[in-house]
Design a protein. Structure first.
Length: 311
C-alpha cells in the first residue's frame, strides 16, 4: 500500500474528518472517500466509524494508525539521512504542553534545540486539557500528575510542589490566610480543565489530606492567564512551583500556607509506544529530559521572601 495513502489516512484521523483532510491536501471529498474505501478493502476491515459530526478509529484502525506512523517515520528518517547525511536531523516534531509551562519553559528550549538543528520544525499545541496523542498525531507531550493512559511511554522528569500564592499587593489589601479554611473569605483564581473547574484544593491538615472548597473570583482555562492575574494582585492561585519559582524568588509572589502543603506532583514527557521514533524526536526527548530535569532540581527548594510587616 502506498505511503501517500497511509499519510492520507493519518491526516483524516488528525483532522477529524474526510473533508478537512481533503481540503488540507487539495483533494476532493470523493477522492478522499475513494482512497479510504480502497484502504479498507486492502486490509479487509473497517478502519473508521463515521458520523455526521466526527470520525473515530475502530480497533483495526488504531492498529493501522500506530503502524502507519512508524512506517512514515522510518521513511522520513531514511530520506533525511540520504539528503542531509547521517548526522543531521530534519523534519517536523508535533508536541503538546500546558499553556503556562509551554510559553515560559518549553518554547525557549525548543528555540535552543532549533538553533542546533535548523532543519527540524515544530508544531506546538498548547492546552491545559489532555490531548489524545495518537488521535492528534502528536509525537510527545509534557504532562503534570499521574498518567491515565497506560498505553503511553513515560520519561520522568522529577516532581514539583504545587503552591498557594498571591502578590504582595493582594495580601496588603485582603490579609494573609493562616489556615486553608480561611480561603473561603478570599478571592481565588481557579483553573478550568474542559468542563471541570478546580474549585477544591488539597491540603494536609492534622496529618491527613483534606480537600478544601475555594470560591472562584476569576476562572479561566489558561494557566498562564491565572498566573498573570495572580501577579496583578487579582487573587490567590494554586500553581505548580515550576510555573512560579522565579516570581517567588524575586518577591513578586508570596507562598501561602506552606505548613499545609499537599506535596509534589510528577512532571513527565509522554509519547506513543511506537517501536520506532524518528531520530529528531528521540534527540529532542533526550535534550528536553536533560534540561527540564535540571530545572526541576534547581527549583525544588525555592522559598519566597518573608511576608512584609504590613501583611
Amino acid at each position: 500500500m502506498q505511503l501517500e495513502t497511509l499519510s492520507l489516512f493519518l491526516r483524516i484521523v488528525e483532522k477529524g474528518g474526510l473533508a478537512a483532510a481533503g481540503r488540507e491536501l487539495g483533494l476532493s471529498p470523493s477522492s478522499v472517500s475513494e482512497r479510504l474505501a480502497a484502504l479498507e478493502r486492502h486490509y479487509g476491515a473497517a478502519l473508521l466509524v463515521r458520523t455526521t459530526r466526527a470520525v473515530t478509529l475502530t480497533e483495526e484502525g488504531r492498529v493501522l494508525a500506530d503502524g502507519a506512523r512508524r512506517l512514515l517515520a522510518e521513511a522520513d528518517d531514511l530520506a533525511a539521512r540520504i539528503r542531509l547525511g547521517a548526522d543531521r536531523l530534519s523534519g517536523p516534531v508535533r508536541l503538546s504542553a500546558p499553556m503556562d509551562f509551554g510559553r515560559r519553559h518549553l518554547v525557549p528550549l525548543l528555540d535552543a534545540f532549533g538553533q542546533d538543528h535548523p532543519e527540524v520544525t515544530f508544531d506546538l499545541h498548547l492546552s491545559d486539557s489532555h490531548v489524545d496523542l495518537v488521535a492528534a498525531g502528536m509525537d510527545l507531550a509534557v504532562r503534570h500528575g499521574l498518567l491515565a493512559d497506560s498505553s503511553l511511554k513515560v520519561r520522568p522528569l522529577g516532581t514539583a510542589r504545587r503552591v498557594v500564592c498571591a502578590a504582595p499587593s493582594y495580601l496588603a489589601r485582603h490579609g494573609v490566610p493562616q489556615h486553608p479554611q480561611d480561603l473561603a473569605g478570599h478571592r481565588c483564581l481557579l483553573m478550568r480543565f474542559g468542563t471541570v473547574t478546580e474549585a477544591v484544593w488539597p491540603f494536609r491538615i492534622g496529618g491527613r489530606m483534606e480537600r478544601v472548597p475555594v470560591p472562584g473570583h476569576r476562572i479561566a482555562n489558561d494557566g498562564d492567564l491565572i498566573r498573570r492575574w495572580c501577579l496583578d494582585g487579582q487573587g490567590i492561585a494554586y500553581k505548580s512551583l515550576f510555573d512560579v519559582a522565579g516570581s517567588l524568588r524575586d518577591g513578586s509572589l508570596t507562598e501561602l500556607l506552606p505548613l499545609f502543603s499537599s506535596g509534589a506532583t510528577a512532571l513527565q514527557l509522554v509519547y506513543p509506544a511506537t517501536a520506532a521514533q524518528p531520530r529528531r524526536v528521540r534527540a529532542l526527548v533526550e535534550f528536553l529530559t536533560g534540561r527540564l530535569t535540571r530545572h526541576l532540581a534547581e527549583d525544588a527548594n525555592t522559598q519566597s521572601p518573608p511576608l512584609p510587616d504590613h501583611a
